[in-house]
Design a protein around this ligand. Structure first.
Ligand code: URA
Length: 434
């Protein structure tokens, strides 16, 4: 068997066997197969697709390419959560301490931002002292002692996915159902999850642009979950406009803290409660969605979710004085209002364009080695469907380079579309696939 035969087989639209898939995953993980050959194979998979059997074999080969965490010693049902990616998506920062405060055991490995989407690990690292690179022992100890730990993909889990994901990003092959499904599920299997809740984002700022393709992705992940013995539910959520009001690492942490103190944007709350309800049900805390949402709302209002977040930050080495007084956080050098150039209703705030703009201000990475600027971003004052007067403030730009101000303002005024007619506002929760 050679990698050349495998590339040619997929190029010609044929199915790969389990042995062929394991050969290329193991060879690539060990560095025995070149990037350019795997790039060719990935492009062939992107164009020709994969059968269900191939996708399952790819997922398992990637999950087994490194360590597979065994969390049985915790004697708990481990319910994990993942998002297919979005802009302004601070859901994990709010949802995970909140469900932990309700008794769900959370052992979460989060990704970093790449391209226009943000990553939870970068956001957590905006908190001075917070360590996302714990050893396995420290990670498990935090889960044992306080019921939650949130780290980056620093452990040797699904290393094949890490390499392939970076390669896909560099060759424009991210938006593929077999590749996304296997990427996400391999990480969940390797990190020891028993049950999985996935936020499948849909729209302009998501990899799946419409409900039909999002449902196909959801069906595929549920199939893989079922074959791997891990019950999975997918919640399709709207990602046409950014979620909540802020985009940018530190700005999103601040929004998340305020949310945990009870001041939560409607769309963020919709996603947190829906995902949280399934996490509570999977953990056996309740059997009923409505009851689960009541429990979650109660812990948002009584501050138990916030207290759990403080415990988490402390346990991971973070300085909690920043959380208890958000004004202690560093800010960007310039904070400038963006004024509306006309009167009318906001009809569109393209999440991908906003994500790209915030990334260009320094909040994201263009190359994987880039350092990110945690203070920059945008805080919006308005959402799609809101009415604005001429010269009313649409939001505030947070930047560190004065030369970026004018072009960023111009871009935002082009991105935010204002019309006379009131638009139909899409629901945040589009569908639930089990
Ligand atoms: N998130 C992942 O972990 N992998 C993908 O391929 C896309 C989103």
């Amino acid at each position: 068997m050679t990698i050349l035969d495998i590339i040619a087989k997929k190029r010609d639209g044929k199915s790969l066997t389990k042995e062929e898939i394991e050969f290329f995953i193991n060879g690539y993980t060990k560095g025995e197969i070149a990037d350019y050959q795997v790039a060719a194979l990935i492009m062939a998979i992107y164009i020709k697709g994969m059968t269900d059997e191939e996708i399952v074999n790819l997922t398992l080969a990637m999950a087994n390419s490194g360590e597979v965490l065994d969390l049985k010693e915790l004697n708990k049902v481990i319910v994990d959560k993942h998002s297919t990616g979005g802009v302004g998506d601070k859901v994990s920062l709010i949802l995970l301490p909140l469900v932990a405060s309700c008794g769900v055991t959370v052992a979460k490995m989060s990704g970093r931002g790449l391209g226009f989407t943000g990553g939870t690990a970068d956001k957590l690292e905006s908190i001075p002292g917070y360590r996302t690179n714990l050893e396995v022992k420290e990670f498990i100890n935090n889960v044992k002692n306080i019921g939650i730990s949130m780290i980056s993909q620093s452990l040797n889990l699904a290393p094949a996915d890490k390499k392939i994901y970076e390669l896909r990003d560099a060759i424009s092959c991210v938006e593929s159902i077999p590749l996304i499904a296997s990427s996400i599920m391999s990480k969940k299997i390797a990190s020891g999850a028993d049950k999985i809740v996935i936020d499948v984002t849909v729209g302009k700022g998501a990899f799946m642009k419409d409900e039909k393709s999002a449902k196909m992705l959801a069906d595929e992940m549920i199939k893989i979950g079922s074959l791997a013995g891990k019950e999975t539910v997918c919640i399709l959520t709207n990602m046409d406009e950014p979620l909540g009001y802020s985009v940018g690492n530190l700005l999103e942490v601040k929004e998340a803290v305020k949310a945990l103190q009870g001041h939560i944007a409607e769309d963020v709350k919709d996603v947190v409660l829906e995902l949280g309800a399934y996490m509570l049900m999977f953990a056996g805390i309740t059997k009923n969605v409505e009851e689960a949402k009541d429990i979650l709302e109660m812990n948002l209002v009584n501050g138990k979710g916030y207290e759990k977040f403080i415990e988490l930050v402390k346990a991971q080495g973070g300085d909690t004085s920043y959380i208890s007084d958000l004004d202690n956080f560093e800010t960007s050098k310039y904070i400038e209002p963006i004024y509306s150039e006309e009167e009318g209703y906001i009809c569109e705030m393209d999440a991908k364009k906003i994500g790209n703009l915030v990334c260009s201000l320094g909040a994201g990475r263009i190359e994987k080695e880039d350092k990110i600027d945690k203070t920059v971003g945008i805080i919006f004052e308005k959402k799609v469907g809101d009415f604005v007067d001429k010269s009313e403030v649409l939001g505030y730009l947070h930047v560190n380079k004065s030369e970026q101000l004018e072009t960023a303002k111009e871009s935002l005024n082009e991105i935010i579309k204002i019309r006379k007619e009131k638009p139909e506002v899409k629901k945040t929760i589009i569908n639930i696939i089990k």
